[in-house]
Design a binder for this molecule. Structure first.
Ligand SMILES: [Fe+2]
Ligand SMILES: [Fe+2]
Length: 148
């Protein structure tokens, strides 16, 4: 189940993530992909804060999901070639990044009243922020252990 945030949280301002060199894991391709995820997340925040059309916001969320799924596949292939301590935990950790984000057009999300859809999208943005930051921390710990 997606984390359900307290009601007051849904109305709190969404904050973009400022990319920082502190997020860099030192594997250039992964760092670029993390940056792309941050850019998409920030677009999602901007679109949500400005309450642009729900359709566009669902599409941005779907792009984030697709991009994160490709990124996870990439990390998986890399870890097959570069076994690292902690790699064994990656499938579980990676599932946490994408698990149960609401899907546009799946089930009854299209039928949600506008206010509920708006709340679902804001909830998704808050959750995504926490998950992305946790993912970057996790990758930092994992890839810091790689041989130089
Ligand atoms: Fe990553
Ligand atoms: Fe990872």
């Amino acid at each position: 189940m997606p984390e359900d945030l307290p009601m007051w949280f849904h109305d709190s301002a969404l904050i973009p993530i400022s990319w920082s060199a502190a997020f860099e894991v030192g594997v250039p391709d992964l760092d670029v992909e993390h940056r792309v995820l941050v850019t998409l997340y920030n677009d999602f925040v901007l679109a949500t804060n400005r309450r642009v059309s729900l359709t566009l916001r669902w599409e941005i969320l779907d792009s984030i999901r697709a991009c994160a799924a490709l990124h996870i596949q990439h990390e998986k292939r890399l870890l097959c070639r570069l076994p690292l301590p902690g790699a064994i935990d990656q499938p579980r950790v990676h599932r946490l990044l994408l698990d149960d984000l609401p899907r546009p057009g799946a089930g009854d999300t299209d039928l949600l009243p506008r206010a509920e859809a708006d709340r679902a999208l804001r909830n998704a943005a808050h959750i995504l922020r926490r998950r992305l930051l946790a993912h970057f921390q996790d990758d930092l710990a994992l890839f810091a252990a790689r041989p130089s």
